[in-house]
Design a protein around this ligand. Structure first.
Ligand SMILES: Nc1ncnc2c1ncn2[C@@H]1O[C@H](COP(=O)(O)OP(=O)(O)O)[C@@H](O)[C@H]1O
Ligand SMILES: [Mg+2]
Length: 231
C-alpha cells in the first residue's frame, strides 16, 4: 500500500506549519510507522529539527528539495510547505496529499488572510475539485480571549470541519530544540497538549483508512481472475 501523505498549510508564515508537521512525523514514528518529513521550505526548519533528533529516537527520514522521489517507500509522509508559495505549487502539493489541514492563528491579520486563502483553495476549486478531505485547526490559541472567540466564529462558519485548537505552549519550543515531538516528552508535562492532538489524529486516520479501503478495493478489482469462457 502506498504512502499516506498529510499536508499542513496556511496563508502566512510563522503560524506553526513546521511545528505541526514535525509533531505529526514524531507521532507516526513513535507509533512504529515508517515516517518521512518532506521539507519543501528553503529555510529547512523541518530538516534542522531532524538533525537535532537523538539517535535513539524512532526514525524519521528527511527529504529536501522540490521532489516526491521515494515517497512510496514510506507509510506516513508529512509535507512542510514554504511560507511563500505560488498557487500552482500549492495545487501540486494538495494533489499529492491524502488529507489537508489548514492552520489559522487567532489574530485579525491571520483570520483575514485565512479567509482569502480558504476561498482561493476551496471556491476556486483547487482542493474541492480533487475531492480532498480538508479541515481547519487553530494554533497558538489563548482560549479566554475575544480574538479566539472571533476565530471560532469564523472557523465555525466555514463548510469544512474545525477539528481542534492547539494552545500556545512552550512545550513545542522545548520539543523542537531537542529534535523530538511532544509525544516523546514526559507525559505529565505535555498531557494538556497531547489531549488537543487526538481530534486531529482521529480525523486524519479516519480519512486515511477510507483511502486504504478504496485502494484495497481497486487492487482486488485489478487482481480478480479473468473468467475463461468455455463454449
Ligand atoms: N502551539 C504553539 N505554542 C507555542 N509556540 C508555537 C506553537 N506553534 C508554533 N510555535 C512557535 O512559533 C514559531 C513559528 O512556528 P513554525 O512552526 O516555524 O511556523 P511556520 O512553519 O508556519 O513558519 C516557532 O518558534 C514555534 O516554536
Ligand atoms: Mg516552516
Amino acid at each position: 500500500m502506498g504512502a499516506r501523505s498529510i499536508l499542513v498549510i496556511n496563508a502566512k508564515g510563522g503560524s506553526g506549519k513546521s511545528t505541526l508537521t514535525s509533531n505529526l512525523a514524531s507521532y507516526y514514528a513513535v507509533r512504529g510507522y515508517q515516517a518521512a518529513l518532506f521539507d519543501f521550505d528553503r529555510q529547512m526548519s523541518g530538516i534542522r529539527w531532524l538533525e537535532r533528533r537523538p539517535h535513539e529516537a524512532p526514525k524519521i527520514t528527511g527529504v529536501t528539495g522540490w521532489t516526491f522521489r521515494g515517497v512510496d517507500s514510506f507509510e506516513r509522509v508529512v509535507m512542510d510547505p514554504p511560507a511563500q508559495i505560488q498557487s500552482r505549487d500549492m495545487a501540486m502539493l494538495v494533489a499529492r496529499a491524502d488529507v489537508v489541514a489548514i492552520l489559522v492563528l487567532p489574530s485579525p491579520i491571520d483570520i483575514h488572510a485565512a479567509a482569502d486563502f480558504i476561498r482561493e483553495l476551496l471556491i476556486d476549486g483547487k482542493v474541492r475539485c480533487s475531492n480532498k478531505p480538508v479541515c481547519v485547526v487553530a494554533n497558538r490559541a489563548r482560549t479566554n480571549t475575544l480574538i479566539y472567540d472571533q476565530l471560532c466564529k469564523f472557523l465555525g462558519s466555514l463548510k469544512i470541519p474545525f477539528v481542534t485548537t492547539f494552545r500556545d505552549s512552550q512545550n513545542y519550543n522545548h520539543a523542537s530544540r531537542k529534535g523530538i515531538g511532544i509525544f516523546e516528552m514526559n507525559e505529565d508535562i505535555v498531557s494538556r497538549d497531547v489531549e488537543q492532538w487526538w481530534p486531529l489524529i482521529k480525523w486524519i486516520d479516519k480519512h486515511i483508512k477510507r483511502e486504504d479501503v478504496r485502494e484495497r478495493t481497486r487492487n482486488l478489482g485489478a487482481r480478480r481472475p479473468q473468467l475463461k469462457v468455455v463454449q
